[in-house]
Write a protein that binds this ligand. Structure first.
Ligand code: AHG
Ligand code: MN
Ligand code: MN
Length: 349
Protein backbone atom coordinates (compact mmCIF):
# COMPACT_ATOMS: atom_id res chain seq x y z
CA UNK A 1 0.00 0.00 0.00
CA UNK A 2 1.36 3.44 -0.89
CA UNK A 3 2.26 5.52 2.11
CA UNK A 4 2.03 9.26 2.27
CA UNK A 5 5.32 10.85 3.39
CA UNK A 6 5.18 12.04 6.96
CA UNK A 7 5.22 15.80 7.60
CA UNK A 8 8.63 15.66 9.26
CA UNK A 9 10.07 13.89 6.20
CA UNK A 10 8.86 16.71 3.96
CA UNK A 11 10.01 19.23 6.56
CA UNK A 12 13.56 17.91 6.28
CA UNK A 13 13.89 19.55 2.88
CA UNK A 14 14.06 23.25 2.16
CA UNK A 15 11.54 24.52 -0.38
CA UNK A 16 12.73 26.30 -3.51
CA UNK A 17 11.00 29.44 -2.24
CA UNK A 18 12.98 29.34 1.01
CA UNK A 19 16.20 28.60 -0.85
CA UNK A 20 15.68 31.59 -3.15
CA UNK A 21 14.93 33.90 -0.21
CA UNK A 22 18.00 32.68 1.73
CA UNK A 23 20.22 33.29 -1.28
CA UNK A 24 18.74 36.72 -1.81
CA UNK A 25 19.53 37.75 1.76
CA UNK A 26 23.20 37.10 1.06
CA UNK A 27 23.08 39.98 -1.43
CA UNK A 28 21.88 43.02 0.52
CA UNK A 29 21.55 45.21 -2.58
CA UNK A 30 19.47 42.69 -4.45
CA UNK A 31 16.08 43.97 -5.59
CA UNK A 32 14.60 40.49 -5.64
CA UNK A 33 14.00 40.75 -9.37
CA UNK A 34 16.15 37.76 -10.27
CA UNK A 35 14.59 35.70 -7.48
CA UNK A 36 11.17 36.48 -8.88
CA UNK A 37 12.31 35.41 -12.34
CA UNK A 38 13.37 32.00 -11.01
CA UNK A 39 10.06 31.73 -9.19
CA UNK A 40 8.17 32.54 -12.42
CA UNK A 41 10.10 29.83 -14.27
CA UNK A 42 9.36 27.31 -11.51
CA UNK A 43 5.65 28.14 -11.63
CA UNK A 44 5.61 27.53 -15.40
CA UNK A 45 7.46 24.26 -14.84
CA UNK A 46 4.72 23.11 -12.45
CA UNK A 47 2.01 23.96 -14.96
CA UNK A 48 3.82 22.18 -17.78
CA UNK A 49 4.39 19.23 -15.48
CA UNK A 50 0.70 19.08 -14.69
CA UNK A 51 -0.26 19.13 -18.36
CA UNK A 52 2.41 16.56 -19.17
CA UNK A 53 1.18 14.16 -16.51
CA UNK A 54 -2.19 14.15 -18.27
CA UNK A 55 -0.72 13.76 -21.76
CA UNK A 56 -1.49 10.06 -22.03
CA UNK A 57 -5.10 10.61 -21.03
CA UNK A 58 -5.59 13.50 -23.44
CA UNK A 59 -3.88 11.40 -26.06
CA UNK A 60 -6.26 8.50 -25.56
CA UNK A 61 -9.28 10.77 -25.83
CA UNK A 62 -7.90 12.47 -28.90
CA UNK A 63 -6.70 9.35 -30.71
CA UNK A 64 -9.80 8.58 -32.64
CA UNK A 65 -7.83 7.90 -35.81
CA UNK A 66 -8.96 10.98 -37.70
CA UNK A 67 -5.66 12.80 -37.74
CA UNK A 68 -1.99 12.10 -37.45
CA UNK A 69 -2.05 12.02 -33.68
CA UNK A 70 1.65 11.45 -33.39
CA UNK A 71 2.60 14.68 -35.12
CA UNK A 72 -0.22 16.67 -33.63
CA UNK A 73 0.34 15.64 -30.03
CA UNK A 74 3.98 16.48 -30.33
CA UNK A 75 3.21 19.90 -31.72
CA UNK A 76 0.58 20.52 -29.11
CA UNK A 77 2.94 19.70 -26.28
CA UNK A 78 5.79 21.81 -27.67
CA UNK A 79 3.38 24.68 -28.10
CA UNK A 80 1.77 24.14 -24.70
CA UNK A 81 5.15 24.32 -22.94
CA UNK A 82 6.17 27.38 -24.97
CA UNK A 83 2.88 29.13 -24.22
CA UNK A 84 3.02 28.43 -20.48
CA UNK A 85 6.60 29.66 -20.08
CA UNK A 86 5.95 32.80 -22.12
CA UNK A 87 2.77 33.46 -20.16
CA UNK A 88 4.48 33.03 -16.78
CA UNK A 89 7.39 35.27 -17.76
CA UNK A 90 5.11 37.92 -19.19
CA UNK A 91 2.93 37.89 -16.09
CA UNK A 92 5.98 38.01 -13.79
CA UNK A 93 7.33 41.15 -15.44
CA UNK A 94 11.04 40.46 -14.83
CA UNK A 95 11.82 39.40 -18.37
CA UNK A 96 12.22 41.78 -21.33
CA UNK A 97 12.87 39.32 -24.16
CA UNK A 98 12.33 35.62 -24.81
CA UNK A 99 13.98 33.45 -27.41
CA UNK A 100 12.33 30.06 -27.86
CA UNK A 101 12.91 27.03 -30.03
CA UNK A 102 9.23 27.20 -30.86
CA UNK A 103 9.30 30.74 -32.24
CA UNK A 104 11.42 31.93 -35.14
CA UNK A 105 11.89 35.51 -33.86
CA UNK A 106 12.88 36.79 -30.43
CA UNK A 107 9.74 37.79 -28.50
CA UNK A 108 9.83 41.22 -26.83
CA UNK A 109 7.92 41.44 -23.56
CA UNK A 110 7.45 45.20 -23.62
CA UNK A 111 4.67 46.24 -25.88
CA UNK A 112 2.97 49.62 -26.30
CA UNK A 113 0.01 48.33 -24.38
CA UNK A 114 2.23 47.14 -21.58
CA UNK A 115 4.69 49.95 -20.88
CA UNK A 116 4.75 49.14 -17.19
CA UNK A 117 6.86 46.05 -17.86
CA UNK A 118 10.42 46.86 -17.00
CA UNK A 119 12.10 43.47 -16.93
CA UNK A 120 15.88 43.28 -16.90
CA UNK A 121 16.36 39.67 -17.95
CA UNK A 122 16.53 37.87 -21.26
CA UNK A 123 15.42 34.23 -21.24
CA UNK A 124 16.32 31.81 -24.02
CA UNK A 125 14.68 28.42 -23.88
CA UNK A 126 13.86 25.04 -25.28
CA UNK A 127 10.36 24.72 -23.80
CA UNK A 128 10.13 21.00 -24.47
CA UNK A 129 13.23 18.98 -25.17
CA UNK A 130 12.90 15.43 -26.46
CA UNK A 131 9.25 15.95 -27.33
CA UNK A 132 9.21 13.05 -29.76
CA UNK A 133 9.60 10.85 -26.65
CA UNK A 134 6.35 11.89 -25.01
CA UNK A 135 4.12 9.47 -26.83
CA UNK A 136 6.23 6.54 -25.59
CA UNK A 137 6.31 7.79 -22.01
CA UNK A 138 10.00 8.67 -21.88
CA UNK A 139 11.36 11.60 -19.89
CA UNK A 140 11.39 15.01 -21.51
CA UNK A 141 12.59 18.38 -20.29
CA UNK A 142 12.76 22.15 -20.44
CA UNK A 143 16.03 24.09 -20.74
CA UNK A 144 16.53 27.79 -19.98
CA UNK A 145 19.35 30.29 -20.20
CA UNK A 146 19.30 33.74 -18.56
CA UNK A 147 21.15 36.92 -19.53
CA UNK A 148 20.94 40.41 -18.10
CA UNK A 149 19.94 43.28 -20.35
CA UNK A 150 22.97 45.62 -20.39
CA UNK A 151 22.25 48.68 -18.17
CA UNK A 152 22.53 51.25 -20.96
CA UNK A 153 20.05 49.44 -23.21
CA UNK A 154 16.39 50.41 -22.95
CA UNK A 155 14.80 48.22 -25.58
CA UNK A 156 15.87 44.57 -25.75
CA UNK A 157 16.34 43.19 -29.25
CA UNK A 158 17.85 40.04 -30.67
CA UNK A 159 21.29 41.71 -30.54
CA UNK A 160 21.14 41.78 -26.73
CA UNK A 161 20.14 38.13 -26.64
CA UNK A 162 23.17 37.06 -28.67
CA UNK A 163 25.64 37.16 -25.79
CA UNK A 164 28.28 34.45 -25.40
CA UNK A 165 27.48 31.72 -22.89
CA UNK A 166 30.09 32.98 -20.39
CA UNK A 167 27.85 36.01 -19.84
CA UNK A 168 24.87 33.98 -18.65
CA UNK A 169 23.73 35.00 -15.17
CA UNK A 170 21.84 31.78 -14.65
CA UNK A 171 20.71 28.61 -16.38
CA UNK A 172 18.67 25.57 -15.57
CA UNK A 173 16.57 22.69 -16.73
CA UNK A 174 13.53 20.75 -15.67
CA UNK A 175 13.33 17.02 -16.22
CA UNK A 176 9.83 15.56 -16.30
CA UNK A 177 10.79 12.00 -15.46
CA UNK A 178 9.70 9.41 -12.96
CA UNK A 179 9.75 12.45 -10.73
CA UNK A 180 9.99 16.07 -11.81
CA UNK A 181 13.19 17.93 -11.02
CA UNK A 182 14.34 21.50 -11.43
CA UNK A 183 18.11 21.91 -11.55
CA UNK A 184 19.64 25.35 -11.81
CA UNK A 185 22.68 27.47 -11.18
CA UNK A 186 23.26 31.18 -10.77
CA UNK A 187 27.03 30.85 -10.74
CA UNK A 188 27.38 29.56 -7.17
CA UNK A 189 27.20 25.83 -7.75
CA UNK A 190 24.32 23.71 -8.94
CA UNK A 191 21.27 22.74 -6.92
CA UNK A 192 18.51 20.27 -7.70
CA UNK A 193 14.91 20.38 -6.47
CA UNK A 194 12.38 17.58 -6.70
CA UNK A 195 8.72 18.40 -7.09
CA UNK A 196 6.68 16.94 -4.26
CA UNK A 197 3.27 16.50 -5.92
CA UNK A 198 1.51 16.13 -2.56
CA UNK A 199 2.26 19.74 -1.61
CA UNK A 200 3.06 21.19 -5.06
CA UNK A 201 6.50 22.43 -3.97
CA UNK A 202 10.00 21.94 -5.34
CA UNK A 203 12.18 20.66 -2.46
CA UNK A 204 15.97 20.87 -2.27
CA UNK A 205 16.90 17.20 -2.64
CA UNK A 206 20.23 17.60 -4.46
CA UNK A 207 22.23 20.43 -2.88
CA UNK A 208 25.54 21.45 -4.45
CA UNK A 209 25.69 18.87 -7.24
CA UNK A 210 29.22 17.90 -8.29
CA UNK A 211 29.70 15.77 -11.39
CA UNK A 212 32.34 12.98 -11.36
CA UNK A 213 35.58 14.07 -13.11
CA UNK A 214 35.60 10.88 -15.12
CA UNK A 215 32.89 8.47 -16.19
CA UNK A 216 32.24 5.18 -17.93
CA UNK A 217 29.08 6.05 -19.82
CA UNK A 218 28.87 7.65 -23.24
CA UNK A 219 25.71 8.85 -24.94
CA UNK A 220 25.65 9.32 -28.70
CA UNK A 221 23.41 8.40 -31.61
CA UNK A 222 25.75 5.77 -33.02
CA UNK A 223 23.47 5.20 -35.99
CA UNK A 224 25.33 8.09 -37.61
CA UNK A 225 28.72 6.43 -37.03
CA UNK A 226 29.69 6.28 -40.69
CA UNK A 227 29.48 10.03 -41.04
CA UNK A 228 31.52 10.90 -37.90
CA UNK A 229 34.95 12.47 -38.31
CA UNK A 230 37.94 10.07 -37.99
CA UNK A 231 39.01 11.28 -34.51
CA UNK A 232 35.56 10.64 -33.09
CA UNK A 233 35.39 7.19 -34.66
CA UNK A 234 38.69 6.35 -32.97
CA UNK A 235 37.52 7.69 -29.61
CA UNK A 236 34.42 5.53 -29.77
CA UNK A 237 36.52 2.49 -30.63
CA UNK A 238 38.83 3.37 -27.72
CA UNK A 239 35.86 3.44 -25.33
CA UNK A 240 34.72 0.05 -26.64
CA UNK A 241 38.11 -1.67 -26.27
CA UNK A 242 38.56 -4.06 -23.38
CA UNK A 243 41.05 -2.85 -20.81
CA UNK A 244 40.63 -3.78 -17.15
CA UNK A 245 42.98 -1.02 -15.93
CA UNK A 246 40.73 1.72 -17.32
CA UNK A 247 37.44 -0.19 -16.77
CA UNK A 248 36.79 -0.48 -20.47
CA UNK A 249 34.65 -1.20 -22.37
CA UNK A 250 32.47 1.71 -21.35
CA UNK A 251 28.69 1.60 -21.39
CA UNK A 252 26.39 3.30 -23.90
CA UNK A 253 23.24 5.02 -22.65
CA UNK A 254 21.24 7.10 -25.12
CA UNK A 255 17.69 8.10 -24.37
CA UNK A 256 17.42 10.59 -27.24
CA UNK A 257 16.17 13.20 -24.84
CA UNK A 258 19.07 15.55 -24.20
CA UNK A 259 17.88 16.78 -20.80
CA UNK A 260 17.48 13.21 -19.53
CA UNK A 261 20.78 11.98 -20.95
CA UNK A 262 22.52 15.04 -19.53
CA UNK A 263 20.88 14.70 -16.12
CA UNK A 264 21.93 11.06 -15.74
CA UNK A 265 25.50 11.81 -16.79
CA UNK A 266 25.67 14.85 -14.49
CA UNK A 267 24.78 12.74 -11.46
CA UNK A 268 26.65 9.55 -12.40
CA UNK A 269 29.48 10.73 -14.63
CA UNK A 270 29.56 10.35 -18.40
CA UNK A 271 29.78 12.10 -21.72
CA UNK A 272 26.99 13.22 -24.05
CA UNK A 273 27.98 13.80 -27.66
CA UNK A 274 26.00 15.30 -30.52
CA UNK A 275 28.73 15.73 -33.10
CA UNK A 276 28.97 17.25 -36.51
CA UNK A 277 28.01 14.76 -39.19
CA UNK A 278 28.42 14.79 -42.96
CA UNK A 279 24.89 16.02 -43.48
CA UNK A 280 24.89 18.41 -40.48
CA UNK A 281 28.23 20.19 -40.24
CA UNK A 282 27.08 22.07 -37.13
CA UNK A 283 25.47 19.08 -35.44
CA UNK A 284 21.86 19.21 -34.33
CA UNK A 285 21.61 20.88 -30.95
CA UNK A 286 21.14 24.63 -30.60
CA UNK A 287 23.82 26.79 -29.07
CA UNK A 288 21.68 29.40 -27.31
CA UNK A 289 19.10 27.29 -25.53
CA UNK A 290 20.50 23.76 -25.42
CA UNK A 291 24.32 23.82 -25.39
CA UNK A 292 25.03 27.10 -23.52
CA UNK A 293 22.74 26.61 -20.52
CA UNK A 294 23.84 23.00 -20.04
CA UNK A 295 27.51 24.03 -20.49
CA UNK A 296 27.03 26.64 -17.77
CA UNK A 297 25.53 24.05 -15.42
CA UNK A 298 28.09 21.34 -16.14
CA UNK A 299 30.99 23.74 -15.56
CA UNK A 300 29.40 24.89 -12.31
CA UNK A 301 29.28 21.22 -11.28
CA UNK A 302 32.95 20.63 -12.17
CA UNK A 303 32.45 19.21 -15.68
CA UNK A 304 33.20 20.55 -19.15
CA UNK A 305 31.54 21.36 -22.48
CA UNK A 306 33.20 21.71 -25.85
CA UNK A 307 32.26 21.79 -29.50
CA UNK A 308 35.16 19.40 -30.04
CA UNK A 309 37.59 22.25 -30.70
CA UNK A 310 36.95 24.76 -27.94
CA UNK A 311 34.85 25.77 -24.96
CA UNK A 312 31.12 26.10 -25.70
CA UNK A 313 30.67 29.09 -23.38
CA UNK A 314 33.18 31.16 -25.36
CA UNK A 315 31.52 30.74 -28.74
CA UNK A 316 30.41 34.04 -30.22
CA UNK A 317 26.78 33.62 -31.25
CA UNK A 318 25.56 34.65 -34.70
CA UNK A 319 21.91 33.67 -34.59
CA UNK A 320 19.20 32.66 -32.12
CA UNK A 321 18.71 29.19 -33.59
CA UNK A 322 22.30 28.41 -34.56
CA UNK A 323 23.51 24.86 -34.02
CA UNK A 324 26.72 23.54 -32.57
CA UNK A 325 28.46 20.20 -32.21
CA UNK A 326 28.46 19.29 -28.51
CA UNK A 327 30.68 17.21 -26.20
CA UNK A 328 29.46 17.69 -22.65
CA UNK A 329 29.93 15.94 -19.31
CA UNK A 330 32.77 14.66 -17.14
CA UNK A 331 35.85 16.85 -17.64
CA UNK A 332 38.32 14.03 -18.39
CA UNK A 333 36.03 12.50 -20.98
CA UNK A 334 35.62 15.83 -22.76
CA UNK A 335 39.40 16.41 -22.68
CA UNK A 336 40.03 12.94 -24.10
CA UNK A 337 37.50 13.52 -26.87
CA UNK A 338 39.21 16.77 -27.84
CA UNK A 339 42.60 15.04 -27.85
CA UNK A 340 41.31 12.33 -30.20
CA UNK A 341 39.75 14.94 -32.50
CA UNK A 342 43.03 16.88 -32.64
CA UNK A 343 44.91 13.67 -33.36
CA UNK A 344 46.96 13.93 -30.13
CA UNK A 345 45.59 10.58 -28.98
CA UNK A 346 45.26 7.46 -31.09
CA UNK A 347 44.05 3.90 -30.63
CA UNK A 348 46.61 1.61 -29.02
CA UNK A 349 47.75 -0.93 -31.62
P1 AHG B 1 13.85 18.76 -29.36
O1 AHG B 1 12.84 17.75 -28.94
O2 AHG B 1 13.85 19.97 -28.46
O3 AHG B 1 13.76 19.13 -30.81
O4 AHG B 1 15.30 18.13 -29.14
C1 AHG B 1 15.57 16.85 -29.58
C2 AHG B 1 17.05 16.63 -29.47
C3 AHG B 1 17.54 16.16 -28.11
O5 AHG B 1 16.64 16.15 -27.07
C4 AHG B 1 18.03 14.75 -28.38
O6 AHG B 1 19.14 14.44 -27.60
C5 AHG B 1 18.33 14.77 -29.82
O7 AHG B 1 17.43 15.66 -30.40
C6 AHG B 1 18.17 13.41 -30.42
O8 AHG B 1 18.48 13.47 -31.77
P2 AHG B 1 18.65 12.16 -32.65
O9 AHG B 1 17.29 11.55 -32.77
O10 AHG B 1 19.21 12.65 -33.94
O11 AHG B 1 19.61 11.26 -31.92
MN1 MN C 1 15.77 20.14 -27.61
MN1 MN D 1 12.26 21.36 -28.05
Amino acid sequence: MATTPRREEIGAFMTLEQFILDRQEQFPHSTGSFSRLIRDLSVAAKIVNWNMRRAGIVDVFGATGEVNVQGEVQQKMDLMAHTEFVRALRRGGECCLIGSEEHSEAIPMRTDADIATDGKYIVLMDPLDGSSNIEVNVSVGTIFSIYRLPDHVREATLAEALQPGVDQVGAGYVVYGSSTMLVYSTGFGVNGFTLDPSIGEFLLTHPNIRTPVDGKVYSINEGHYNSFEPGLKKYIKWMQREDAATSRPYTTRYIGSFVSDFHRNLLKGGLYIYPATESAAEGKLRLMYEANPMAYIVEQAGGAASDGRGRILEKIPRALHQRTPLYIGSARMVERAEAFLRGDLDLEP
